[in-house]
Design a protein around this ligand. Structure first.
Ligand code: DGL
Length: 282
């Protein structure tokens, strides 16, 4: 009966039919949505990309918190059983606020699962986090890693230009390699054991980052560990859909259905059309 907590008066069966809400500043969180869909193919999903206000990574904490709160409220209004904050920046800045505003709705961010994945790869290791300016400023990954592994050494480096490269589709080739090389040279971490892809866009640059980084460095991405955390939360709340039918996917954006479909298709690994995307106001 635990599921009745989140949507009062609803039977467990109706509650479990509700979608999982996934929110990001734009299309980047589709990498996380894809991992959730792979792990939980029968779950219904609703995705919201706040494309009108992208990027979050260069904004102030106050603006990011306001944007994230509005986006989360929009998804809550749709009727959801769990919220995934797929944006690293919004997770770093606003996870605590979102959890307290939306309680008892379960809210899962991507920073904790990413930190857990890195510590599992190399306990006591040296980790380099590549992320947006806002995520680095708040040292969210450093705190999450050290809370799990006090012996770990963590450096964080802001790589804003990689967001644009991934959106542009310039994720390979010499231009991408030289920009990645410059960021890695500037980072205060010569020989990391892991590089944590602490931004939704960076998984698209996995091959390039791996080529440029020293051999033996393990790249860590939070998408699959976030999907595991979602699976765990639903199971422990007895909130999984009880069907073998494939779940539905609804996509909402605050601006630009055509661009969302064109760029988002690469992040989701599946062609999208503008007709698949509803433009909404927050
Ligand atoms: N989604 C953001 C993140 O993961 C990257 C794009 C942005 O700055 O909004 O941090």
């Amino acid at each position: 009966m635990a599921a009745l907590r989140h949507n009062q008066g609803m039977t467990n069966q109706r509650h479990n039919e509700l979608p999982i809400g996934v929110f990001d500043s734009g299309v980047g969180g589709l990498t996380v949505l894809k991992a959730i869909r792979d792990a939980l193919p029968c779950e219904n999903l609703v995705y919201l990309g706040d494309t009108a206000r992208l990027p979050y990574g260069t904004k102030s904490p106050a603006s990011i918190e306001r944007y994230a709160t509005q986006a989360a409220a929009k998804l809550q209004d749709q009727g959801i059983k769990l919220l995934v904050v797929a944006c690293n920046t919004a997770s770093a800045v606003a996870l605590g606020v979102l959890r307290s505003h939306l309680a008892p709705l379960p809210v899962i961010g991507v920073v904790e699962p990413g930190a857990a994945a890195a510590v599992a790869v190399r306990p006591g290791g040296r980790h380099l986090v590549l992320a947006t300016e806002a995520t680095v400023r708040l040292a969210a990954y450093r705190d999450a890693i050290r809370a799990r592994d006090p012996g770990a050494r963590v450096s964080e480096h802001a790589c804003e230009m990689l967001v644009a490269l991934a959106e542009e589709g310039w994720d390979g080739g010499e231009i991408a390699r030289s920009i990645v090389r410059r960021y890695l040279d500037e980072a205060d971490c010569r020989e990391p054991d892991t590089i944590i892809l602490g931004c939704t866009h960076f998984p698209l640059l996995t091959n390039t980052i791996q080529e440029v980084a020293a051999s033996g460095v393990v790249l860590v991405d939070s998408a699959s560990t976030t999907a595991e955390a979602v699976q765990h939360a639903l199971r422990s709340d007895d909130a999984c859909r009880t069907t073998t039918a494939r779940g539905t996917l609804r996509m909402l954006a605050t601006d630009g259905a055509t661009r969302f479909a064109r760029v988002g298709g690469r992040f989701l690994g599946q062609a999208l059309s503008a007709a698949d995307v509803e433009v909404v106001d927050l």
